[in-house]
Every structure is written in structure tokens, then in C-alpha cells.
Design a protein around this ligand. Structure first.
Ligand SMILES: NC(=O)c1ccc[n+]([C@@H]2O[C@H](COP(=O)([O-])OP(=O)(O)OC[C@H]3O[C@@H](n4cnc5c(N)ncnc54)[C@H](OP(=O)(O)O)[C@@H]3O)[C@@H](O)[C@H]2O)c1
Length: 293
């Protein structure tokens, strides 16, 4: 059976046409879902073997993206050091250019200078200062519903990269998981409890109403005592619907000749393969399963 790294490598090299980069969200958490002992506290979570895996993942992606709070609290280098391979392009989401000029990304000789995605409202003086230090500044639309940059526009501005690894922190992970722009999630779960900052926030009330992310597991393995999980998010339009409604919707759409996105077909297929609906849901002698295929 393929391990998580091999499976992700295969997914990354698939020739599926996309208008944006392939997005992998990856982070390390404790058994209680903490990604840091406390907000803003840099906390080693995973073991050495999983750290090597993180660096292999970095080497597999063309860009690596974090939120500005992670740069402020952890001062990461976002480079490949524990395996062979080239450094991905660091990208920081930073609406008001809070990134410290003294951080490793801006100063270390071993780091690539970052691409900073910021809002259109930042002053040109602030932009120039960081540009002189080597950063690339790209101005993006802001999200209309809540604080932060609009992910669709961020990814449009990153379209020159085939793949982006999203490495944290909690706000950025949560926004990507709630969006339609995450292709895979690679999660490291360390067998410990931290009682700290949870990996996920539910978002604004209108976002909660749209349902929370749900994952389909593709690979599960242990590496050096940590659990590694590769998964794909369930398409957003399926999150809030009860199962029977989902099946009826898909059957109706297939019946009308619509070609459904592959993600939806896989979700429905998985549901049907374990579900009692397989025996009871018939339509003119056809199993719903036949209609969905
Ligand atoms: N365990 C792990 O794998 C891991 C990995 C990385 C980080 N961490 C931890 O995560 C913590 C930091 O997480 P955090 O939630 O405070 O901050 P974060 O996710 O690193 O950064 C969030 C900030 O990014 C900016 N941003 C701009 N557009 C955004 C968008 N569309 N969605 C989300 N953010 C956007 C916002 O600041 P502006 O409004 O100023 O733009 C926002 O406050 C630290 O404690 C760090 O140690 C853990």
C-alpha cells in the first residue's frame, strides 16, 4: 500500500487542469488537537522522523504559505534542511505588513526572501521598506465577509506556482479548511496532550452556518511514533446536507446529464459502499449507486 508521502506525490503530479495552485494544508497537532501550548508560543510537537517528513513535503511544493502571526511567534525559515531538495518560495499572508524586518525570512542568508500578500490599503512607504530588503509585495483583495485577505485572489496571485503547502497557523489553517481551495490535508498527530491552542476555529456565524470541514481519509500510517494522516476535504456543497438529500441531489444531476465533480462522486461512492441505502434506495429497479456512477 502507498504511504502518505508517495500518495501525495502522485496527487501533485496528476495532470488534472487547474486554474490555481494545488493546495496541501499541513500541520502537527497533539491528541487533543493543539497546535501550540499557548497562542503565540512556539511548541515542538512532532518527533524527528515527522520533522523529516515536513521537510520532504516542503521540497515537494513550489511555495509554502503561513500567516503573519506564525512569522511573529515562531520566526520560521520555511526552508528544506532535513532532506535533499530545493526551498519552496515562502509566502506570508499579512494584510497590514506587520512582518518584523528582523525575522529570519527577511534577514537569514539561508532563507529565500518572502512574497508578502497584503491588502491594497497599506502605505507605499511600508511596502518600499520591505521591498528594499528583498521582499516581493503583492496587493490582494480583502475578504468581504470577515477580516483577512480573499483566498481566491491570493491563489490567483500565486498562479505561477504549481503547488502551495499551507503550514499554519490556526487562523490560516482554518480559513483554508473552510474554503473550497484545499486539495489535500496532511496531518501529523503526536501521541501527547498539550491543552493549548486548538488547530481549528469555526469562523464567523455565517461561515458556521455553511457547515464545518469534513475529511475523507486517503492514507493512515505511523512514523516514529506519530500518526500521519493524508486526507481530502469533502466538497463544501455537501457539508450541510443530510445523506439522503445528497444522494437524491446527485442522482437528479446525473439523470439530467450533468457531469459531477470527481470529489462529489467519490464521496457518494464511499457513502454507498458502507451504507444500508444500498439495499433500500431504488429507482425504477436501479440502485441509486447506479445512478450516481
Ligand atoms: N503545530 C503546527 O504545525 C503549527 C504551524 C504553524 C504555526 N503554529 C502556531 O500557530 C500560532 C499562530 O497561529 P494564529 O492563528 O495566531 O496566526 P496565523 O494563522 O499564523 O496568522 C493569522 C494572520 O494572518 C493574516 N491573514 C491575512 N489573510 C488571512 C486569511 N485569509 N486567513 C487567515 N489569516 C489571514 C491575519 O493577520 P492580518 O489581519 O494582520 O493580515 C491573521 O491574523 C502560533 O502559536 C504558532 O506556533 C503551529
Amino acid at each position: 500500500m502507498m504511504n502518505a508521502l508517495e500518495a501525495l506525490r502522485r496527487d501533485l503530479s496528476s495532470d488534472e487542469e487547474r486554474s490555481r495552485p494545488f493546495v496541501t494544508v499541513t500541520f502537527a497537532q497533539s491528541l487533543d488537537g493543539s497546535i501550540a501550548a499557548a497562542p503565540g508560543e512556539r511548541t515542538p510537537i512532532s518527533g524527528n522522523e515527522s520533522m523529516v517528513l515536513t521537510h520532504q513535503l516542503r521540497a515537494m511544493h513550489e511555495a509554502i504559505l503561513v500567516g503573519v502571526n506564525t512569522v511573529i511567534s515562531d520566526d520560521p525559515q520555511l526552508s528544506v534542511r532535513l532532506c535533499a531538495g530545493s526551498n519552496p518560495q515562502p509566502v506570508v499572508l499579512d494584510s497590514s505588513l506587520r512582518i518584523p524586518e528582523s525575522c529570519a525570512l527577511m534577514t537569514s542568508s539561508t532563507c529565500k526572501r518572502p512574497t508578502i500578500m497584503t491588502s491594497r490599503a497599506v502605505s507605499s512607504e511600508k511596502r518600499r521598506k520591505l521591498q528594499v530588503l528583498g521582499a516581493t509585495i503583492l496587493q490582494c483583495d480583502e475578504n468581504e465577509e470577515r477580516k483577512g485577505l480573499d483566498l481566491k485572489n491570493v491563489l490567483f496571485n500565486l498562479r505561477q506556482y504549481g503547488s502551495v503547502m499551507v503550514e499554519g497557523g490556526r487562523e490560516v489553517i482554518s480559513t483554508f479548511l473552510r474554503s473550497d481551495f484545499t486539495d489535500r490535508v496532511l496531518l501529523t498527530i503526536a501521541p501527547k496532550f498539550l491543552g493549548g491552542m486548538s488547530c481549528y476555529s469555526g469562523g464567523a456565524p455565517e461561515e458556521r452556518g455553511r457547515g464545518h470541514p469534513k475529511l475523507q481519509i486517503c492514507c493512515l500510517e505511523t512514523i516514529g511514533g506519530d500518526i500521519i494522516l493524508l486526507a481530502k476535504p469533502e466538497p463544501r456543497e455537501l457539508r450541510t446536507m443530510p445523506r439522503l438529500e445528497k444522494l437524491a441531489m446527485a442522482a437528479r444531476r446525473v439523470h439530467l446529464g450533468e457531469k459531477l465533480p470527481r470529489g462529489i462522486l467519490i464521496t457518494l461512492d464511499n457513502a454507498l459502499s458502507t451504507d444500508s441505502l444500498r439495499d433500500t434506495s431504488t429507482n425504477g429497479g436501479n440502485h441509486v449507486e447506479d445512478l450516481v456512477r
